[in-house]
Design a protein around this ligand. Structure first.
Ligand SMILES: Cc1ncc(COP(=O)(O)O)c(C=O)c1O
Length: 488
């Protein structure tokens, strides 16, 4: 199959070519390649968010007893699950949900009901998934920190991918000469992804390449270090795992697959190649969502080519997080204040909208300068009250922290950017779409002692269900212990 590669793809392709010298860091995206925040919603903002009309947002608020809250659309979860389960493959596919993206038990159970397994990133995630009814053998663990009870997890059926030399050593010591099956996560030397406009070659969201600590560096595979540890302990390498956050370009995916397949050729015992996640979704107008059929077709061809050459039909695994949940989630907030720093001459300052949520709920804007669409809905909860006037504002969170910024310049978390939104008054509702992935599960939880926001699920009939209660103040500090009297 012939494909045209974008300049970014060509850079990655060059780095993925077979000579080791060609493995070079990929320059992160620059802000010029990211959609301008000020252009977002500049013309006529939609009267509803991705899936929340004013009436539906109001139902969510009623069920959650106020804002802020996270709402998830079952219809969107179902569609993204369908897409992932239809990922082209040659000899079988397992889809694993990267549960770190949004670990609520109801969401885990929904994906499980659709035949989707779990990718866990810590021993705690493994136990959490099991507590939610996910069978151990449906869970795979690729972790920066091997849990102390990893041997017990393996005995229960959890599949562990060794992500460093020391993890492989510890695994080998625990299962010496038992032919225990193991997976190896490899850093193939390149990575992509990122919101950051850093020009240093380092992006905090890169998950492959020399600036990434994830996985075993590929040269430690090719120089015999990994094979010798495997042999020393009599392990059986069953799975190869790579995850570089490969985006939406089919040419990159095919190259990633080919490079990853070359590692599978090293051990006849390998039955499965896991290509990780990293399927980008467009959260804002004009941003592209990965076409899984388009990127999957050449990947499936690469598996067929491998079978022809090596006589082995490998199963494929993918483990999306973002793709499965990002656009299924929205943060529903109230505009609790509005202040202005505009000077009388009118040539400086901003109008600020303050939400009753912030980096305590959605961290990505202040962490990476990620852009989420924001839709203003009327306080009345009625579509008939949606206004028509527009205003350029900066939206901030409720934390006593200057970095709690919801409208940064794209890729520049430290820089303010005005966004043109429907004019908002105190008490109006602001919905931040694209907040399903890495939001409820990743934030500056409890900073300023703000409680964790509740989560609700909007079912296919538009009914709203509470799937996590609002945290109480007491729950925030219940694990604190008193010191004995007289200590101070
Ligand atoms: C090993 C692994 N698999 C899957 C994922 C999910 O990635 P994404 O949410 O970009 O699909 C991650 C995210 O960092 C990861 O580290």
């Amino acid at each position: 199959m012939k494909m045209r590669a974008s300049p970014a793809a060509l850079a990655i392709l060059m780095a993925l070519s077979s000579t080791v010298d060609a493995f070079a860091p990929i320059k992160p995206r620059t802000s010029s390649s990211i959609i301008s925040a000020t252009s977002l919603h500049a013309e006529s903002p939609p009267a509803a968010s991705n899936f929340l009309t004013p009436e539906l947002a109001q139902s969510c608020i009623d069920v959650a007893s106020g804002t802020p809250l996270y709402a998830y659309s079952l219809a969107t979860l179902a569609k993204s699950a369908d897409d992932c389960l239809a990922f082209p493959n040659a000899y079988g596919l397992t889809v694993r949900y990267a549960m770190k993206a949004c670990p609520n038990g109801t969401i885990l159970k929904y994906f499980l009901s659709r035949g989707i397994c779990i990718d866990a990133s810590s021993g705690f995630e493994v136990r959490r998934a099991m507590d939610m009814g996910v069978p151990a053998e449906k869970i795979s663990l690729s972790s920066q920190e091997l849990p102390h009870d990893f041997d017990e997890l393996v005995k229960l059926g959890v599949k562990i991918n060794a992500c460093s030399i020391s993890q492989l050593e510890r695994f080998g010591q625990a299962f010496a000469n038992t032919s225990q099956k193991v997976g190896i996560r490899i850093n193939p030397g390149v990575g992509s992804g990122g919101f950051s406009s850093s020009a240093t070659g380092f992006s905090k969201t890169n998950v492959g390449g020399p600036a990434s600590s994830f996985g075993i560096w590929h040269e430690l595979v090719s120089d015999g270090t990994v094979p010798s540890i495997v042999e020393k302990y009599g392990l059986e390498v069953e799975r190869i795992h790579t995850h570089i956050g490969s985006g939406s370009d089919p040419a990159i995916w095919q190259s990633v697959a080919k490079t990853s397949l070359s590692f599978c050729a090293l051990w006849d015992s390998v039955t499965t190649l896991n290509l990780g996640g990293g399927y980008k979704v467009g959260r804002n107008a004009g941003e592209k969502t990965t076409d899984l059929k388009e990127i999957g077709a050449p990947v499936a061809d690469a598996f067929r080519d491998f079978a022809k050459e090596h006589g082995r039909e490998l199963k494929m695994e993918i483990e999306p997080g973002t793709y499965l949940v990002a656009n299924a989630g929205a943060l529903v907030t109230t505009i609790q204040d509005k202040v202005s720093t505009k000077s009388s001459s009118g040539d400086a300052g901003h109008i600020f909208l303050k939400m009753d949520a912030g980096m305590t709920d959605v961290l990505r804007p202040s962490l990476y300068g990620a852009i989420h669409p924001i839709t203003i809905l009327p306080a009345s909860g009625k579509s008939s009250d949606v206004g028509t006037s527009m205003e350029s504002v900066v939206v901030v969170g409720h934390c006593c922290e200057s970095g709690d910024l919801m409208t940064p310049k794209p890729g520049e978390p430290e820089a303010l950017a005005e966004r043109t939104l429907r004019t908002a008054q105190i008490g109006d509702i602001a919905v931040m779409d694209g907040s399903g992935a890495y939001c409820a599960g990743m934030s500056t939880k409890n900073y300023n002692s703000f409680p964790e926001a509740p989560e609700v699920l909007v079912d296919l009939g538009g009914n709203v269900h509470l799937i996590r209660k609002r945290q109480s103040l007491k729950q925030i500090y219940e694990n604190e212990c008193d010191v004995e009297a007289g200590l101070f």
